[in-house]
Design a protein around this ligand. Structure first.
Ligand SMILES: *Cc1c(COP(=O)(O)O)cnc(C)c1O
Length: 377
């Protein structure tokens, strides 16, 4: 394999629920869920059964044809948005969901996109153009143009640059890759008001925050807005690759035959995985994500450790802000002790446990954290 990811930290062999085991038989508690993906836990029986049965019946037919699981999944995702006429374009990943949304914005007749400082939207060239981190962007210039970045959460800056030349404003409700930074209260609603006034689309990237991660099917619903575009992926297939671009209102009718495509997107097996996730992701799981996430956040804050500045985030997506830029060393040490976490920024640990995890599952990690910080602070 190419050296895109650096040396692998472990080779894993199997998983069950909140645990995975490496090739030497060591057990790890997964507080990262394969980067907010295996939200229902590893080897979820319902997802495995659905994928297996679908592959046995009909594995793939191309997008010249439709299949029952993809139509059913489209209807179920559309029903989450607050607009019953929402339409869905299926993809295989988050970056592809954003590419579809990006191309769709061009069909408005406008080209400018306003994105946020700190934003992450994926690694393909379109998604990279609206991603802010220069380290990711600069080696691949020139990227698609006409992008303006504004400070995340700054309503006045957004208002000042959104006029009738802007095709879309793209935001994350919580910037996961930027260190789990939630939008300030009122920002998403203000973005809706500003985009509506300018005739621009509001595009919310829920690739990381959606599908229960923040305690709601779609994290932005608590802001009381209906965006024009919503992109999903990570948790949608519990590990089976699938993404989706949801378009509501007039945006739902922008894409015409021949303008976009994908061979695998909406594959019946991937759609079966998405349906199985929605079957399992009920109110009880969402309640648990909210309650256990709040418990975890409070339990870490109550450690009162001088190496911890703040715990932030929503639901089961938390960032532990450290006093020193030693998050990578702490995450490596945690792995050695059997806890999977990561460091999206030099001073931030990210926790994204399975949505089914309980305080009993996570208490050991909270207890281990002071020692990890002590040795690597
Ligand atoms: C992970 C992520 C993406 C990219 O998804 P991939 O499946 O890795 O292409 C896009 N947007 C956000 C907010 C993400 O967290």
């Amino acid at each position: 394999m190419m050296n895109a990811f650096g040396a692998p930290k472990r080779v894993f062999e199997r998983g069950a629920g909140i645990h995975v085991w490496d090739a030497d038989g060591n057990r790890y508690t997964d507080l990262l869920s394969g980067l907010a993906v295996t939200a229902l836990g590893h080897a979820h029986a319902g997802v495995t059964a659905a994928i297996t049965a679908q592959l046995d019946r009909l594995g793939h037919v191309s997008n010249f044809f439709a299949s029952e699981p993809q139509i059913r999944l489209a209807e179920r995702l559309a029903a989450l948005t607050g607009d019953p006429d929402t339409r869905v374009f299926f993809t295989n990943s988050g970056t592809e969901a954003n590419e579809a949304a990006f191309k769709l914005t061009r069909l408005t007749g406008r080209t400018q996109i306003v994105a946020m400082e700190g934003a992450f939207h994926g690694r393909t060239l379109g998604a990279l153009a609206i991603t802010h981190n220069p380290k990711y962007r600069e080696p691949f210039a020139p990227l698609p143009g006409d992008i303006t970045f504004v400070p995340y959460g700054d309503v006045d800056a957004l208002r000042a640059c959104v006029d009738d030349t802007v095709a879309a404003v793209v935001i994350e409700v919580v910037q996961g890759e930027n260190g789990v930074v939630p939008a300030p209260a009122g920002f998403v609603a203000a973005a809706r008001e500003i985009t509506t006034a300018a005739g621009a689309l509001l595009w919310i990237d829920e690739v990381q925050t959606g599908m229960g991660r923040c305690g709601e099917y779609l994290a932005h619903r608590v802001d009381g807005v209906t965006p024009d575009l919503v992109t999903l992926a990570k948790g949608l297939g519990n590990g089976f690759p699938i993404g989706a671009c949801l378009a509501s209102g007039p945006a739902a009718g922008l894409l015409q035959p021949g303008q976009h495509g994908t061979t695998f997107g909406g594959n019946p097996v991937a759609a079966a995985a998405g349906n199985a996730v929605l079957d399992a992701l009920d109110g009880g799981v969402l309640d648990n994500a909210r309650a256990t996430g709040a418990w975890l956040r409070d339990a870490i804050a109550e450690l009162g450790h001088p190496g911890i500045v703040e715990v932030r985030g929503r639901g089961m997506l938390l960032g532990v802000v450290l006093a020193a830029p030693n998050a990578a060393a702490v995450a490596d040490a945690a792995l050695d002790e059997g806890w999977i976490i990561n460091a999206p920024r030099p001073d931030v640990l990210r926790l994204a446990p399975p949505l089914i995890a309980t305080p009993d599952d996570l208490r050991g990690f909270v207890g281990a954290l002071p020692g990890l910080l002590q040795r690597h602070g």
